[in-house]
Design a binder for this molecule. Sequence first.
Ligand SMILES: [Cu+2]
Length: 367
Amino acid sequence: ELEVETTFHWHGLEVAGDVDGGPHDPLKPGEEKVIEFKVTQGASTLWFHPHPEGETAEQVYKGLAGLIYIEDDNSKSLGLPDEYGINDIPLVFQDRIFDDQDQLNYNAVKNEDGTIGDTLLINGTLNPKLTVNKEKVRLRLLNGSNARNFTFKLNTGDAFVQIATDGGFLNEPVHLTEVTLTPSERAEIIIDFSKLHTESDFALVNEDESVLLPFEFSKQNETISEIPDKMNQFVLTEEEKVLPVTKRIELFGMMDMVTINGRKFDPNRIDFTQQQGVTEVWEIYNKPDMMGEMIHPFHIHGTQFKILSRNGEAPPENERGWKDSISVNPDETVKIAIQFKYKGVYMYHCHILEHEDNGMMGQIKVE
Ligand SMILES: [Cu+2]
């Protein structure tokens, strides 16, 4: 019922290009469409948002985004906290600016380098808080912001456990005191509220200690859940480790001067091709600009990939799992092993949404 064109993109789903909801598949005002696909990947927390050419940032900013849960036999048998809203909590983090009429006015606050808000919404809620039992609680974190990065940590400095990346469970739980998510990245974490050193003023905070989500405790009965030692069978094969680089991606620029491999998006140009089911190694480089430098979160449609290295080093433990988006730091080179299960034309792009809209995007045809 929108007055503008939109598309339905399933971020992280492995589906054929013709149902992926890229800018080639607009739905016009008043049109209806049935989009069908079969889910053929493992348990994970994915999301959906529109992807119309040049208009993605505004539509996401105004609220068109949500989570998708995939469950499977493995996720149901692990014994992880899984009571929705009780000890399995979806948390979508988005920053916004409200005008003096308390409205979202995207065009008044739009920044070509990524719109940053002064007000945090979690699941669309202002001043949120979360009431939990003193038990293990699973938080499914999505950075759904247009451009802001978040570093999640506890104000007490306590550790927590990361159990899943963008595309599924890690093999083993990873103990951390903070986790950074750039736009579109997800992490599932478990906080053990029965082992805390404090009773009050407990909160999830950002890198600068600003409160993101305060916790309160209820007096209900807790569930005893364990975090298993082994959760998945993610493998980096010997073959994948020695494959030559066959595709190079260079991210460059700021504001509306952003490019990939020196070019802006052209819907009529296919930038790369790859064979269905064949693994290739891509090298992604964030080339610093004389004017400045910034992290670009890089996303590829229609697949989940594996990080081989960051600047030649093995990725951190909490990135040794399926990914569909990666933060690429200035002057950093990231190598990934990637294959596509299905055919079609897919986008790859910077997930700072204004950079995407400004043409920091390319197309790969899988044949
Ligand atoms: Cu960017």
